[in-house]
Each structure stands twice: as C-alpha cells, then as structure tokens.
Design a protein around this ligand. Structure first.
Ligand code: NAD
Ligand code: IPM
Ligand code: MN
Length: 355
C-alpha cells in the first residue's frame, strides 16, 4: 500500500494532547480502509521546550527535512502571552509563520459549519456552512516594520502590510474556484477599503478582474467591521469569504466561537500548486490555561486531519472521519469542551467509530 510521509509537529501547550488524538484517528481510518494507505510519521520536537533547551526555533536542516514530506500535521505553538522566557512572537514568527511562508501556504483554508449537536451561542443560527479563504503569505504578517527610538517617549513603530497583485490574485482565484464548486456559489470579499485604500484597491481590482471568469459565482463585499456583525448575528448568509491575512485570523476565531467553540475549528495551510507540503492544524493556539490537563477538545485537530486526508486525495477517508465526528458531536451534552470528557476519551470515541 501507499505510505504517506507525514511530518508531525505537536508543539506547545495542548498541541501534543490534541495531536495525539488526531494521529489516533488517522491510524484508525487508514487501518480500517480498503485503500491500503498508511502513515509513516516523523515527529519534530519543535516549539518552546526545544527553544528553551537549545536556543533553536526551526533550524534550516530541519526545515529541509520537513519539506520532503507529503503533509504536515501541527498542534499549536506559542507560550503563555507575556511569558518573559519567550520573546513575543519568537515561535509564532520563527516557526509557524516561517513554515507558512517558506512552504508557500497561500491559501489558509478555514471551514465553518454548525454540525448537528454542536452548541452555537446563537439561538436560531439556521444552516451555517461557510469557508474563509484567508490569504496566508502576505499582508500585515510579513514583518515589514520596525521600531525607532525604542522605549522612548518619541518611539515610532511601523507594521507595513504588503499586498502584491500576484499574491492577491492567486488566493482570489482559488477562492472563486472553491465558490464555483459549492452549491450556493457565492463569494464575499471582506476588507476595509474605506480606510485601507491602497491595499483595498488591489483586492477590489483583482476580484473585479477575476469575476468574469466565474460568471456562475455571485460576488459581494463587506467591510470587515460589518462582517463581524453578520458573523455574530446571521452567519448563515456566508458561503466563501476571501480576505487578507489579519482579517482572516480574527474572523475565524469569531467563526469558531459562533459555530460551537474554538475546539471544533479546523484549518489547512494549503499550497495549491503542490510545490511543497501543505500543513494542517486547528485554528486555536496552545491554550496555556488548560494545557496538560486533558481538558482540550481534540475535535479541531481531528477535523484538521480530515482536511489533510482530503488534500492527499483520500476523500473517502476524510468523509469517514467527518462522519465519525458528527456522530460523536450528536451525543454530546452541554457546552463544556469535548462534552466534558478527557481529551483522550474524545479521541478514543471518534477512533472507535472508524474500526
Ligand atoms: P488559544 O486559542 O490558545 O486560547 C484561547 C482560549 O480558547 C483559551 O481559553 C483556551 O483554553 C481555549 N481553547 C483553545 N483551544 C481549545 C480546545 N481545543 N479546547 C478547549 N478550549 C480551547 O489563544 P491564546 O490564548 O490567544 O494563545 C495562546 C498561545 O497560542 C499564544 O502563544 C499564541 O501565540 C499561540 N497561538 C498559536 C496558534 C497556532 O499554533 N496555530 C494559534 C493561535 C494562538
Ligand atoms: C492562527 C494563529 C497564528 C496567526 C499566530 C499564532 C501566528 O493565531 O493560526 O490563527 O495569527 O495566524
Ligand atoms: Mn488566530
């Protein structure tokens, strides 16, 4: 059978706890499948512990090795916000964003559904099933800035967003193609073109230029502040949202909260051209407040593993994992993450539905 070379980066906090459950589910779905695929996993101990022990964040040789895999499964990286032992952004920029940039993950795919059984804070949300296509390699994330006269009353800090026609066009094109394959065929550009007029003009121009190639897709636009209103009051109106890196970051935590909790929100950092492995990870972070306590819901990591399967052409296996999650969700009661079970118990229950 086909052996899939999987790089696993469990990372920090709840990362290792949720990743263990996603791997459990990947093993269960492939061992029970007729396709004969299996996972040949290599674990990379990158993250806070390695940095504190060795000073290393992502050595070039390790990045080169990771590049040789078919896909990457990541848990979460980052310490407790404000921890003096870890310089702000060191792991986020040096590990997570470095992987996204180096491996050209320009489509940050973040689907949102209210599954039957999931508890939305909205009383009557209706049918919610949308996907945020977040640009993954540009915008305010590029690190194009600096501090001048740091620490003085005259300090000036800049953080200049980069938006290239090339970068915007490739993600917009991907979002249109996704919208064309979905039943509602609707694309919403979210930006802040009323204030960020330079970047906004590029996004608007590119969307208008690509739209005629997808005449079946209807296009609309929302300013990002208004988009948060509708995400919180009427998320069912959305189908595909295409947006800038930072807006997409914020909107997808909100989307997670509205669709049943951040413990359910999955993501894929996709390189659609397949020039490098894509990377799948929950939307959430390392959750230092609950780390090491088996309180985290591993469902987001498990659904990210389903996105990974789908990306590797294992659509049937992906569907089986999603079905197992839906069945598990249907049996949950209350709003406590994971239905009040330990992290491993949630993974066991979902894996048991696959064998
Ligand atoms: P967070 O997502 O880690 O946590 C926010 C809240 O959500 C916390 O109360 C946490 O307990 C809860 N939560 C998160 N995941 C959960 C789960 N699976 N089950 C139940 N509850 C869950 O965000 P934060 O506190 O802002 O960030 C913590 C650290 O993680 C920071 O260092 C940040 O930079 C990093 N981070 C990393 C990633 C990533 O690796 N992709 C994503 C976001 C944040
Ligand atoms: C996410 C995280 C990351 C981001 C951070 C940790 C760099 O919040 O994956 O959503 O902002 O993209
Ligand atoms: Mn985020």
């Amino acid at each position: 059978g086909r052996a899939i070379r999987l790089a696993v980066i469990p990372g920090d906090g709840i990362g290792p706890e949720v990743t263990a459950e996603a791997l459990k589910v990947l093993d269960a779905v492939t061992s029970g499948s007729a396709s004969g695929v299996s996972f040949d996993s290599t674990r990379y101990d990158l993250g806070a512990e390695r940095y504190l022990a060795t000073g290393e964040v992502l050595p070039d040789a390790v990045l080169a090795e990771i590049r040789e895999h078919d896909a990457i499964l990541l848990g979460a990286v980052g310490g407790r916000p404000g921890d003096p032992a870890l310089p702000a952004g060191l792991l986020e920029r040096g590990l997570l964003l470095k992987l996204r940039f180096e491996l050209d993950h320009y489509v940050n795919l973040r689907p949102s559904r209210i599954y039957p059984g999931a508890v939305s804070p909205l009383a009557d949300p209706g049918e919610v099933d949308f996907v945020v296509v977040r640009e993954g390699t540009e915008g305010p994330y590029v690190g194009n800035g600096g501090r001048f006269r740091p620490g003085t009353p005259h300090e000036v800090a800049t953080e200049v967003s980069i938006n290239t026609a090339f970068g915007v066009e490739r993600v917009v094109r991907d979002a249109f193609a996704r919208a064309a394959r979905r039943p509602r065929r609707k694309l919403t550009l979210v930006h802040k073109t009323n204030v960020l007029v330079h970047a906004g003009a590029v996004w608007s121009r590119v969307v208008a230029a690509v739209a005629p190639e997808f005449p079946e897709v209807s296009v609309d636009y929302l300013h990002v502040d208004a988009a948060t209103i509708f995400l919180a009051t009427d998320p069912a109106r959305f189908d595909v949202i295409v947006t800038d890196n930072l807006f997409g970051d914020i909107l997808t935590d909100l989307a997670g909260a509205v669709t049943g909790g951040i413990g359910l929100a999955a993501s894929g950092n996709v390189n659609p051209d397949r020039t490098a492995p894509s990377m799948f990870e929950p939307v959430h972070g390392s959750a230092p407040d609950i780390a090491g306590q088996q309180k985290a819901d591993p469902t987001a990591a498990i659904l990210s593993a389903a996105l990974l399967l789908d990306h590797l052409g294992l659509a049937e296996e992906a569907r089986r994992v999603e079905d197992a999650v839906v069945a598990d969700l249907a049996g949950r009661t209350g709003t406590v993450a994971g239905g009040g079970r330990r992290t491993a118990a949630v993974g066991d229950a979902i894996a048991a539905r696959l064998t």
